[in-house]
Design a protein. Structure first.
Length: 235
């Protein structure tokens, strides 16, 4: 699939680029360790934020439960990502920095080394969402898509660079599987993401807003169980 650009009066800006999802050896693990990739050729410089959507399977994506936001409207289940920092060299770097910070509690210390590492793992797709000069401080939100195997591959290589001293406040040992990533995560009170989860994707053609919600019956069951077992409700 080639590059697709839609520009309207120089304001609305959208990109969709697909890169082969298998590496050179054909293992299909979602990473390309030996493939060169110039990330700056396609990404807009006027972006306000960046994030990554990790595919766990063809029907599930990785989600995070935010509870420590200052307003109720910002709390709930969300993806991984955030606002750019002045030191971020590109939206790709911003997205991976936010991923390490939110999922692992780690801010990569050496920007050039970390940037060289993540450029070896090009995304399956990337999208520029929103309008330049629009809401949220101006600029677009850059969204990158990866297979979850790429996260583990990047973490493993970064750990090797760190001489195996790669530790996280959220994990006793570094997660290497989806089960470990979700179920062995520690509950740190002031963490931006408290709990990770596997979110089901709706069937094609069905509006996401009509299906990605917890129905009242289950909310009632959860509330009853919390009350019965004196489980604190997270606010």
């Amino acid at each position: 699939m080639g590059n697709c650009f839609r520009v309207s009066q120089g304001i609305n800006y959208s990109i969709n680029r697909e890169i082969s999802f298998s590496n050179h050896h054909g293992h299909g693990h979602g990473h390309m360790r030996n493939r060169s990739f110039s990330s700056s050729l396609f990404y807009p410089t006027n972006y306000r934020s960046a994030g990554i959507l990790f595919h766990l399977s063809s029907h599930h994506i990785l989600g995070g439960y935010h509870t420590n936001k200052p307003v109720d409207s910002a709390r709930g289940i969300t993806g991984v990502g955030g606002k750019k920092n002045a030191s971020d060299p590109s939206p790709l770097y911003c997205a991976w920095r936010e991923t390490f910070e939110e999922l692992l509690g780690i801010t990569p210390a050496n920007i050039p080394v970390f940037y060289d590492l993540i450029k070896q793992y090009p995304p399956r797709y990337f999208h520029a969402v929103g309008s330049v000069g629009g809401g949220g401080g101006g600029g677009v939100h850059m969204l990158f898509e990866y297979n979850i195997a790429t996260l583990f591959a990047v973490m493993n290589e970064y750990a090797q660079y760190q001489a195996k001293s790669f530790t996280s406040i959220y994990y006793t040992k570094m997660p290497r599987t989806v089960n470990e990533l979700i179920f062995e995560r520690k509950h740190v009170h002031n963490a931006e993401i408290i709990t990770l989860c596997a979110l089901p994707l709706p069937s094609p053609g069905i509006p996401v807003a009509s299906t990605m919600k917890i129905l009242p019956e289950l909310l009632q069951d959860i509330s009853f169980v919390q009350s019965a077992h004196s489980i604190p409700v997270r606010k």
